[in-house]
Design a protein around this ligand. Structure first.
Ligand code: ZN
Length: 154
């Protein structure tokens, strides 16, 4: 009769361990440094997508700070976007992370457009896939680009 509790204890520990790994939430304390918006009153929001699906979002306060939590499952990429109230229909890509080193992360993003990279033929390079062949300028949003293979605006 001693064997029964031992087995159920092992089963319980195994269940508990896999439970913890699968649902450990990540807390992001972030800041977004916004370029050239000093004289404009607009509000920003942050959106996090895991493999193209929205898994978290947060408003950005007047000092640029935001906080967002989500629980990673088996996503291969976590993409951060921002939304500017002046063109709220556009979600602009910031950066991707493959994983997080801890469950409490501090991140700072910049919206400076000077960070765009171009290839040898002067075509703008997508910050996510590092390719230029699917990148086109967005007509309605001067200075911004669209990558058709990632379906992101940046
Ligand atoms: Zn791309």
């Amino acid at each position: 009769m001693k064997i029964v509790p031992a087995i159920s204890l092992i089963a319980f520990v195994a269940t508990l361990t896999s439970f913890v790994i699968a649902t450990n939430p990540v807390h992001i304390d972030g800041k977004i440094v916004v370029h050239a918006h000093d004289k404009r009153k607009c509000s920003f929001g942050i959106v996090v997508k895991g493999d193209d699906k929205v898994i978290g979002s947060s408003p950005v306060d007047s000092t640029g700070k935001f906080a967002v939590s989500f629980t990673p499952a088996k996503e291969t990429s976590f993409d951060f976007f921002y939304i500017d109230s002046h063109h709220a229909e556009d979600t602009i890509y910031l950066k991707s992370y493959k994983e997080f080193e801890s469950d409490h992360v501090e991140l700072t993003f910049y919206t400076f457009k000077g960070y765009l990279q171009v290839d040898e033929d002067d075509h703008v390079i997508c910050p996510k896939c590092s390719q230029s062949d699917k990148v086109t300028p967005i007509e309605k949003l001067p200075g911004y680009y669209y990558c058709a293979s990632d379906r992101i605006k940046f």
